[in-house]
Design a protein around this ligand. Structure first.
Ligand code: PLP
Length: 359
């Protein structure tokens, strides 16, 4: 599919851009352009691929996404490598997961090559938006929503796929600070048979009240337990978890359909295994977590996801009070895995798994 290129009538001046990316934080600064591709069942599917100015989207008030929430998204980062090139980390994994999410939400799949070409097109015009601050990246947000004006309940026949780019600083200012986690007892994130494994906005909407409850209790993030027994640890609102034991083994909850299959999670599993560590995907309960942290059998807990890469969990606030993981700081393996993954992503270390794709 050919991309139509629409010239930006008033691009940001280099000076204004430099200022905007000097200290961009996360999710508030956007580049000048966006990619849009339409889908219309009556037109035979995907059509009208466009690279143009980033601007508001015309949307009919009856667009079914606004009523029945057919929406999915991805999140990934582009990095500037030491040789000056731009690189993506496992973008084909995002393309695949995007289509898994699409299937679950009764939305059309986007050919993986079209997904990848969209990222390349956008980075080719907006690569200059890469922050120069340490830990900087361009966060890419591909998403798709039902745009058909129709209030009946059925899968829509028209969709829009869009990619926007947002320059981002280091997710946590001053490095990876240990996070304090709230164990949600009143709310769950995903039920068996639900949409927990799809990257869809509704899962996030459902997590906001428990997240607010966590913040009101002095925590940074929420950990969700399984919806059936309220016993098994699943994940945070947007990060997967790994538990490290004093015998060197590592456990992460299995993908049973209620957990988002993180690409950082999958990368960590492969890295840990290639380090010769024993990694098991098996259920781990909140009571065991507390008991093991207390006896010292559990020495570290790491949270992982694209935004923060690998982050230590320092303290857990549960219904039976607080407990600390290890010394409450950053554990050895957490530090090592963070360095390893960030090093590969930024082109500062060897990439034995061929995860990095230069643009
Ligand atoms: C996106 C996401 C993750 C992390 O996935 P990555 O591919 O590692 O960024 C974890 N949990 C949830 C709920 C997510 O939406």
């Amino acid at each position: 599919m050919n991309f139509e290129r629409i010239t930006h009538p008033a691009p940001t001046s280099p000076a204004a851009r430099e200022e905007a990316i000097a200290n961009p934080g996360f999710g508030t600064v956007f580049s000048d352009h966006m990619v849009t591709i339409g889908y219309d069942e009556a037109k035979g599917g995907w059509h009208s691929a466009q690279l143009g100015p980033r601007q508001p989207i015309p949307l009919d008030p009856a667009a079914s996404v606004l009523h029945y929430a057919q929406e999915i998204f991805e999140g990934m980062k582009a990095y500037r490598h030491p040789d000056g090139s731009l690189a993506l980390f496992r973008p084909e994994a995002n393309a695949r997961r995007f289509n898994e999410s699409a299937k679950r939400m009764a939305m059309p799949e986007l050919p993986e090559e079209l997904f990848l070409e969209s990222l390349r097109q956008l980075l080719a015009v907006d690569g200059e938006w890469m922050p120069t601050v340490e830990g900087g990246s361009i966060y890419l947000r591909p998403f798709m929503f039902a745009s058909e004006a129709f209030l009946g309940v059925r899968p829509a026949k028209q969709y829009k796929f869009i990619v926007i780019a947002s320059p981002a600083g280091s997710y946590f200012k001053g490095g990876a600070k240990p996070v304090k986690i709230w164990v949600s007892r009143n709310y769950t994130r995903a039920a068996p048979g639900g949409t927990g494994a799809a990257k869809t906005g509704g899962n996030y909407a459902a997590s906001l009240v428990p997240q607010a409850e966590g913040i009101a209790n002095g925590c940074d993030q929420v950990v969700f337990l399984d919806a059936v027994e309220k016993k098994w640890i699943e994940e945070l609102g947007g990060m997967n978890l790994f538990f490290v034991f004093d015998d060197g083994t590592v456990v992460t909850p299995p993908l049973t359909g209620t957990i988002l299959p993180g690409i950082t999670r999958d990368s960590l599993i492969q890295l840990l295994r290639s380090e010769g560590l024993q990694l098991r995907e098996e259920p781990y309960s909140i009571d065991q977590w507390r008991a093991d942290a207390t006896t010292g059998k559990l020495v570290e807990t790491m949270a992982c996801g694209t935004a923060a890469v690998v982050t230590p969990v320092g303290t857990v606030v549960g219904p039976d009070g607080e407990f600390t993981i290890g010394s409450g700081g950053t554990g050895q393996l957490t530090h090592k895995m963070r360095e390893a993954l960030v090093g590969i992503q930024r082109g500062e270390r060897d990439d034995p798994h061929s995860w990095v794709q230069k643009i």
